[in-house]
Design a protein around this ligand. Structure first.
Ligand code: ADP
Length: 535
C-alpha cells in the first residue's frame, strides 16, 4: 500500500504542497504522467485529480478535460446499445470498498463502454476492463487518494467470445453429422476423402479416421471405382449435382457384406465460384426397395392367379357346354315325344329339366363371355347396324317377362337413326342385358323406357326404369364382375353379377362408354351406353 506521508508526493500539481525546489529536483508530475500504466488518481469524493498519458490515450481524453470532474460524470455508462450496463455500478462498489476497508480492491473484468468525446462523434464503443483500485493513505491514516489502474482487455474478451461461439457451432455441427441417419462425406478435387461422418464410415465397416485420405479405389476397389469416379468427375466438371434413387451397393454390416439400396446426391462444393470438391449425401432405403420388390412380386402373383382363373373359367365353361348341349338335345327329343308319348307328369318334369339346363347354359355363356372380355379376347364381327329394329327385337323377346310382372315397356327409339358400325350379336346382347336387368330390378307395375339419340359423334341408348335404383357409392362397382349391390335383396332375383361387367367389356370393345344414373334408392335407374358413330 502506498502512503503519502510527504505532501510533495502528491501526484497532482493542483493539490501539491508547493515546495518548488523539491519539484525541480524530481518532477513527480512528469514522472507520473509518463508511467506506462493506465492510471487515474481520484480524490476520496471520487473526483479525478489527474490521469497518466497512457490512461488519456486509451480513453481518448485530454488530461485537462478530466481533472476536477467526477469519474462517473466523465465516463457515463449509459450506452443505449448495452441493455445491461454494469461498469459504473461495479466501479462504484469497488471504490466504496476501498474507502471502507482502506485495502486495495481488484475488480473482475467488466464491460464499461467508452463514451467517445464530442469531437469524435460522442458515440459509445464497447470496452472491457480489468481494474484495480488502491487507496493511498495520508499521515492521519485516512484515504487521501485512490489510484485507479485500468487494463483494457476488450480484444481478449471479444476474441474468446468469438472462439467460444465457433467452438459451440463446431460442436453442434459435429453432433448433427455424428447422429444424422444420412451418410455424409467430402472429397476434394482429386477425389480423395477429406471428411466423412460415422454413418458413412460404418457403411464400409471402417472408422472415420481410417477413411480420411482414402481414394475412391481404396474404398470401392478397382471395379466399383470406375462408375463412381465418372459420376463425381461429372459433378466437378459441370458444377451440377447428380442424384440417384435406389442404387444397389454391397455394404459391410457387422463385418459381413450385404446388398443395400441407397438414394443419394453428389453435391458440388463451390468456393469463390470454383468447384473445390464433392459432397455425397446418401440415405439407405433398403427397406423401401424391399417393400417395393415384395409389392411388385405380389402384383405379379395376383396377375398370374387372375390369368389362371380366366383360363380355368374358359376351359370349364367350354367343357360344361358340351354335356349341357347333349342334355338339351336329348331332352328336347324326349319332350317332343319323338321316342314315345310322355305322361303329363313326365312332360312337366321334362320342362323343368329343360328350363334349368337353359339357365345353366346362359350362365356358362356369361362365364365364357366374361373370360373373353377379361382376357381382352372379344372378337367383334362388325356390320352396318340399324339400331331401332335391333332394339325392337330385344323388346319383343322380353315382352313375355314384362307381361308376367304387369310392367309397361315403352319403346321411344326414333326410327330414323344413323347406322352403326358394330357387331349386331354383341349389340343385341348389350341391350338385352340392360333391359332384362331393368325388368328384374323393377317391381310389378313399373315402367321400363328405352330411348336413343345422337349425341355429338356418338349414338346414345338409355334404358330407364322405375325400379329399386342404385346407391351412389355402388354406381362404379356394379360394372365389375361378380358384383351385386346387396346380396340379400338381389339373391332372390337370381344372377351372379356378371351381366354388367360383360356389357362394359362389350361396349369398351366397341370404343364406347357405359354408365348409370339414378335418383337414389327406390327411385329408378337410367343405364346408358354410347357407341361412336364413325370409327
Ligand atoms: P346380376 O343382375 O346377375 O346380379 P349384373 O352385373 O347384371 O348382375 O348387375 C350387377 C348388380 O347391379 C345387380 O346385382 C344389381 O344390384 C345392380 N343392378 C343392375 N341393373 C339394375 C337396375 N336396373 N336397377 C337397380 N340395380 C341394378
Amino acid at each position: 500500500m502506498l502512503r503519502s506521508d510527504d505532501p510533495h508526493n502528491s501526484p497532482s500539481a493542483h493539490h501539491a504542497g508547493g515546495d518548488q525546489s523539491a519539484k525541480a529536483a524530481l518532477d513527480f508530475e512528469a514522472l507520473f504522467s509518463a508511467v506506462p500504466g493506465r492510471l487515474l488518481v481520484l480524490s476520496p469524493d471520487l473526483h479525478i485529480l489527474t490521469a497518466s498519458d497512457a490512461y488519456c490515450r486509451v480513453t481518448m481524453r485530454r488530461r485537462q478535460d478530466l481533472a476536477g470532474r467526477s469519474v462517473f460524470e466523465a465516463f457515463p455508462d449509459d450506452n443505449p446499445e448495452n441493455p445491461e450496463p454494469e461498469g459504473a455500478a461495479a466501479l462504484q462498489a469497488s471504490l466504496k470498498r476501498v474507502l471502507e476497508t482502506k485495502q486495495p480492491d481488484a475488480m473482475p473484468v467488466v464491460r464499461y463502454d467508452l463514451a467517445l468525446p464530442d469531437e469524435r462523434g460522442g458515440d459509445f464503443v464497447e470496452r472491457y476492463w480489468r481494474s484495480t483500485n488502491t487507496p493511498i493513505l495520508g499521515p492521519d491514516g485516512e484515504v487521501r487518494y485512490i489510484l485507479h489502474s485500468a487494463e483494457d482487455v476488450t480484444a481478449q474478451v471479444l476474441l474468446s467470445a468469438t472462439t467460444a461461439k465457433q467452438e459451440q457451432e463446431r460442436a453442434l455441427m459435429r453432433r448433427i453429422t455424428d447422429n444424422a441417419p444420412v451418410a455424409i462425406s467430402y472429397l476434394n478435387r482429386d477425389l480423395v476423402y477429406e471428411w466423412v461422418n460415422p454413418r458413412h464410415a460404418a457403411t464400409f465397416g471402417l472408422s472415420v479416421d481410417q477413411f480420411i485420405g482414402k481414394t475412391l479405389r481404396d474404398v470401392y476397389g478397382e471395379e466399383g471405382e470406375a462408375n463412381i469416379r465418372a459420376l463425381m468427375q461429372g459433378v466437378l466438371d459441370t458444377g451440377q449435382p447428380y442424384a440417384a434413387i435406389g442404387f444397389p451397393f454391397h455394404a459391410t454390416v457387422d463385418g459381413k457384406s450385404r446388398l443395400t439400396y441407397w438414394d443419394f446426391t453428389y453435391q458440388p462444393v463451390i468456393s469463390h465460384g470454383e468447384v473445390v470438391g464433392v459432397l455425397p449425401l446418401a440415405q439407405e432405403v433398403s427397406e423401401r426397395v424391399e417393400q417395393e420388390r415384395l409389392q411388385a412380386q405380389y402384383i405379379r402373383n395376383l396377375e398370374a392367379a387372375d390369368q389362371h382363373k380366366d383360363q380355368f373359367l374358359g376351359i370349364l365353361s367350354h367343357e360344361l357346354r358340351t354335356p349341357l348341349n347333349a342334355i338339351q338335345g336329348f331332352g328336347s327329343v324326349l319332350a317332343d315325344g319323338l321316342v314315345g308319348e310322355l305322361t303329363p307328369r313326365q312332360a312337366g318334369y321334362m320342362e323343368k329339366i329343360l328350363d334349368s339346363s337353359d339357365a345353366l347354359l346362359e350362365l356358362v355363356d356369361d362365364l365364357l363371355d366374361m373370360s373373353r372380355v377379361q382376357a381382352g379376347k372379344v372378337v367383334l364381327d362388325r356390320h352396318r347396324v340399324q339400331v331401332a329394329p335391333l332394339i325392337a327385337k330385344v323388346l319383343t323377346t322380353v315382352s313375355g317377362k314384362v307381361a308376367e310382372k304387369g310392367q309397361a315397356l315403352l319403346d321411344h327409339v326414333p326410327a330414323a337413326l344413323p347406322e352403326l358400325d358394330a357387331d349386331p350379336r354383341r349389340l343385341y346382347q348389350i341391350v338385352d342385358n340392360l333391359v332384362t336387368n331393368a325388368i328384374k330390378y323393377t317391381p310389378e307395375g313399373g315402367t321400363i323406357t328405352v330411348t336413343a339419340c345422337v349425341e355429338g359423334a356418338n349414338l346414345r341408348v338409355e334404358v330407364a326404369d322405375t325400379g329399386i335404383g342404385v346407391p351412389p357409392d355402388e354406381r362404379a362397382r356394379i360394372f365389375e364382375a361378380f358384383t351385386q349391390v346387396d346380396m340379400s335383396s338381389t339373391r332372390t332375383r337370381g344372377g351372379v353379377g356378371l351381366g354388367l361387367s360383360i356389357v362394359k367389356g362389350l361396349v369398351d370393345a366397341h370404343g364406347g362408354k357405359v354408365g348409370v344414373e339414378s335418383r337414389g334408392e327406390g327411385r329408378g335407374s337410367i343405364f346408358w351406353f354410347t357407341l361412336p358413330l364413325d370409327r
